[in-house]
Design a protein around this ligand. Structure first.
Ligand SMILES: Cc1cc2nc3c(=O)[nH]c(=O)nc-3n(C[C@H](O)[C@H](O)[C@H](O)COP(=O)(O)OP(=O)(O)OC[C@H]3O[C@@H](n4cnc5c(N)ncnc54)[C@H](O)[C@@H]3O)c2cc1C
Length: 294
């Protein structure tokens, strides 16, 4: 290990100064739940760590007009217990609750989950379905990027060496809208997702789908939007025939994407059940509530 210093800035400005100075010789550490493992394995070898976990301005959830804005340093525990996130956003809270163990949820942050760019990053899937926008900041200024455009490859993102992901923003769901999430893991807790889906749905009184955004985890190189199924479902009445055709489209698409991998058959079939659960949860919330069993 080549580590020479760990800085603990108390403001974003101070953190950006360190980043500007050390750039690719440094690594940001938030909760450390991914980074420390990589350090110990020798997968990364920074000279300097910049610990952003003491910067209060990067933590918490704000309501800004019709948007919700989440600070990158918000932990899964804080997200899951945030009263500002309304019931229609249950899918995001469910994803936060599904991460690791209590210890991991107390340390792990939403910003770390996004920047680590794992295909199994649980909070990223509902954030994609919400069509979230990220703010990246450096000494040179701010830029915004849609989360759906942020991932470049497995573990690779669009972020530059001198940038910090500061906030994640999305429109607050309103009447007739809901966000569902479902995760398939090997166990009920402390389980990395084998497959996860999130669905954002807006539906009218006769069950016509006005808006649908579908996102998946662990069925590609990184969490991603499922445009084929979105395009098919948008504008249709949600009935059994429509759903069955949508499931066929999804199975074929995922099988082709994973073709050659020994999990392709299992995942393309199981994905249909996981997607359906997320869709039913979103539907239930869009219709104004009620309980859906896991
Ligand atoms: C036992 C265990 C169980 C786990 N279970 C799950 C699970 O069920 N679901 C799941 O999704 N994940 C799981 N994880 C992975 C991990 O907890 C999450 O990915 C977590 O969100 C990472 O956040 P962090 O704050 O700890 O990030 P860190 O480890 O501090 O950082 C991760 C990466 O992101 C970068 N980074 C962090 N914050 C920023 C920022 N604001 N701007 C720019 N770069 C940044 C760091 O430089 C680093 O490269 C698990 C991990 C462990 C050890």
């Amino acid at each position: 290990m080549n580590l020479k210093a760990c800085y603990r800035p108390l403001t974003l400005k101070e953190a950006l100064d360190y980043l500007e100075e050390y750039k690719d010789k440094s690594k940001i550490i938030a909760g450390g739940t991914d980074l420390i493992i990589k350090l110990r394995k020798g997968n990364i070898n920074p000279q300097v760590l910049i610990d952003i976990s003491f910067i209060n301005e990067l933590k918490g959830v704000l309501e800004v007009g019709e948007y919700m804005e989440i600070g990158c340093g918000t932990t899964f525990y804080d997200l899951a217990s945030c009263i500002l996130l309304n019931e229609r956003l249950k899918g995001l809270k469910d994803a936060a609750r599904s991460v690791g163990s209590p210890q991991i949820r107390n340390r792990g942050t939403i910003g770390g989950n996004i920047c680590n760019a794992s295909p199994a990053a649980d909070s990223v899937v509902p954030l994609l379905a919400l069509d979230s926008i990220l703010t990246l900041e450096s000494k040179k200024g701010k830029r915004k990027i849609y989360l759906k455009d942020f991932f470049k490859d497995k573990g690779k993102t669009d972020i530059r060496d001198d940038e910090i992901l500061t906030t994640i923003k999305f429109k607050t769901p309103t009447k007739n809208q809901g966000l569902g999430f479902y995760k398939l893991g090997l166990r009920k807790s402390l389980a990395i997702s084998r497959i996860s889906f999130s669905v954002f749905l807006e539906i009218d009184d006769i069950n016509r789908i006005e808006i649908i955004r579908v996102a998946s985890g662990s069925v590609g190189k990184f969490p991603m939007r499922e445009y084929k199924i979105e395009n098919y479902l948008t504008g249709r009445i949600l009935d059994e025939d429509t759903l069955n055709t949508a499931l066929e489209i999804l199975e074929k698409d995922i099988y082709e994407r994973l073709n050659g991998r020994n999990t392709a058959r299992f995942k393309s079939i199981a994905a249909k059940g996981v997607f359906k659960k997320a869709l039913l949860k979103a539907l239930c919330l869009a219709k104004g509530g009620g309980k859906i069993e896991d």
